[in-house]
Design a protein around this ligand. Sequence first.
Ligand SMILES: Nc1nc2c(c(=O)[nH]1)N[C@H]1C(S)=C(S)[C@@H](COP(=O)(O)O)O[C@H]1N2
Ligand SMILES: [Mo]
Length: 329
Amino acid sequence: MANVHLKKEWMLPERMVTPEQVYITRRQAISALGLSVIGGSLSAGLFAPGLAEAAPSSRFEATYSALPRLKAARNPKYQVSDPLTPMSIVGKFNNFYEFSREKDDVWLKAEKLTTRPWTVEVSGEVKKARTFDIDDLIKRMPMEERVYRFRCVEAWSMTVPWAGFPLSALLKAVEPTSRAKFVKFTTFMRPSEAPRQGRKPWFGQPEPFPYTEGLSMAEAMNELTLITVGIYGRALPKQNGAPIRLIVPWKYGYKNIKSVVKIELTERQPATFWNLLGPREYGFVSNVNPRVPHPRWSQAFERDIGTRRRKPTLLYNGYEEQVAGLYKG
Ligand SMILES: Nc1nc2c(c(=O)[nH]1)N[C@H]1C(S)=C(S)[C@@H](COP(=O)(O)O)O[C@H]1N2
Ligand SMILES: [Mo]
């Protein structure tokens, strides 16, 4: 089993991202209570350490090998020269804030998520709004496998084979109206399964669950935009966003919303989770761009979580040919 405990020093947790005012508010609140806080370790000290070390890796293997296999032929058009990132890493290094602020215990905490029955409502500015049962949807849509690069805003990256179908195929089926300008995605809201969703605001703003994301119609219709139900030839593991998530490989990782229950076509640009939390740090568009630093770190390089190599970040994460046209002018 590959070592999944990555060095911490190059990890830039998105939790550091909570807007500066929130931290200031928390600090002031804490000092007002007469508690002491040691600078940067503020958030680290407040949360229990990950459970991954304590759990046997056989638990991971067992859960993973119980996932149903998916039939999806690899589309040779979408290949990447970087080596694939092993599932043992992809499945144990996750951002899924409904379950944890850490990365290495999401796979254990997400076990609680019920993924059947599961429906996805497709509604809003469409002529044929519908609620799909996940298994019907999988049967109905043209399934394929694509190897994509994935780049988190925290400057780590991976390369994996996803299975799914173009979002455009689903949108065509519901017939968007001429007023549809954006697509809004929403994750489940179930505090009984995902305890962080029920957390009371604590010295500052609450996190705006359910998690939401959005794309413009043109981005949603782009050939690369993939509704994803599988990885490495099996159904998605819970920690990776079972049973259905979005993959938009030219955008930062947080746009790749997990465990989607609703897809809504809208006239107006929707609010999104990270943009609500940190509007100055997380824009709506969020295209991977090595020349545009995050306000608190450079985006010029990234760390591959599989090979652990540092490599230069590519404009649009290497997908310039497919998407540059969307952003001309
Ligand atoms: N619902 C939901 N979707 C989410 C997140 C989340 O916290 N909740 N995290 C995002 C972030 S920041 C990243 S980097 C990717 C991580 O996907 P992975 O765990 O499959 O690598 O999921 C994205 N989708
Ligand atoms: Mo991310």
